[in-house]
Design a protein around this ligand. Structure first.
Ligand code: PLP
Length: 338
């Protein structure tokens, strides 16, 4: 039995019973094996290590009010991983295998799912990488798919906290026809240096603009951009070089359900000061309100200085309400672990 201080869990790795592992060789996937050790032997010439042939996903499991445990929108993650795999020439993980892997690994680690009421969840991290030896630059002949799970705590302990963002015009996240739309480790490695620069300057998040003109809003380093206009519409950038966030899709649907107009369109940076609320969104935190955005020494106010604006607060509560089973799941987003 796990002895975990649920209330003081952060967002870091806690050892669980096992992860699940599959290997693709000679055109087929193995059956999947639960493995206790958090270490894997890997060939020194694996294509993932040298050429970054890898992609990952992130989703969550919640213990609900009715006592059930469910995965939140796992089919969307399965589809996105398949899209990433195609772009970096890896063997695709079939949707059924992806869902089965998540079910099996969660079931084998049920005692690590933070109980209902603690505000925590189980973070599920699927990972696909080229494990075959490959010295010449080419797709590997062997792939490993694994899913690890780890319990994580409530991100916000006393209500939503706003953060200050900065635009670093010396850096771009993704090229126009590059790999910004897929969830690969390389995008993250490239974002670390600017992230540290921003943090040193006192900004927890950086906002990226389009790499061609630096005129249009793209996304934050690891989360999408969304804003509320004076007219009360939900707006979020339409651009091919951002990662299609599942949380963003969820929030858009909830906004529509609340009767708000939702506009997915190019957003000029010059508009940011006109928004009443701005936030970053992603699985780990759902929404992070952004109180201001600095660019080249000018600070643009984008929301309340401390907590969240009323719309972000409402959207956040609505998502959590569905995830924890306190509100009806009208769109069938919760997939029971059974
Ligand atoms: C994962 C990720 C997001 C958030 O996606 P979700 O599906 O909402 O978790 C946003 N931007 C980037 C760059 C990401 O890698």
């Amino acid at each position: 039995m796990a002895t975990i201080d649920w209330k003081n869990l952060g967002f870091s790795y806690t050892q669980t019973n096992c992860h699940i592992q599959y290997v693709w060789k000679n055109g087929r996937w193995s059956d999947g094996e639960l493995v206790e050790s958090p270490y894997i032997p890997i060939h020194i010439a694996a294509s993932a290590l040298h050429y970054g042939q890898e992609a990952f996903e992130g989703l969550k499991v919640f213990a609900r009010k009715d006592g059930k445990v469910s995965l939140f929108r796992p089919v969307e993650n399965a589809k996105r991983l398949a899209m990433s795999a195609r772009r970096v020439c890896m063997a695709e993980v079939p949707e059924e295998m992806f869902l089965d892997a998540c079910q099996r690994v969660v079931k084998a680690n049920l005692e690590f799912v933070p109980p209902y009421g603690t505000g925590g969840s189980m973070y599920v991290r699927p990972l696909l990488f080229g494990s075959g030896a490959q010295i010449g630059v080419a797709p590997a002949s062997e792939y490993t798919f694994l899913v690890l799970v780890t319990p994580v705590g409530p991100y916000y302990k006393g209500g939503l906290q706003a953060v200050k963002a900065i635009v670093l015009d010396d850096y771009d996240r993704a090229a126009p026809r590059g790999t910004g739309h897929i969830k690969i480790g390389g995008n993250y490695a490239a974002s670390l240096y600017p992230h540290i620069q921003a943090a040193k300057a006192g900004y927890p998040v950086e906002l990226y603009l389009d790499p061609v003109e630096h005129k249009w809003v793209e996304e934050f380093s690891t989360s999408n951009f969304l804003a509320i206009t004076k007219e009360g519409a939900y707006v979020t950038p339409k651009t091919p070089s951002i990662l299609p966030s599942i949380t963003n899709l969820t929030l858009q649907q909830i906004a529509r359900d609340m009767g708000m107009p939702v506009d997915v369109r190019p957003i000029a940076f010059s508009e940011v000061a006109d928004f009443t609320e701005v936030a970053a969104c992603g699985t780990a935190v759902v929404v992070t309100p952004v109180s201001s955005i600095e660019r080249a020494g000018t600070v643009y106010k984008t929301g309340p200085q401390a907590g969240a604006g009323p719309v972000m607060e409402k959207l956040y509560k609505a998502v959590q309400g569905i995830q924890y089973g306190q509100e009806p799941d009208l769109h069938g987003w919760n997939v029971d672990v059974d």
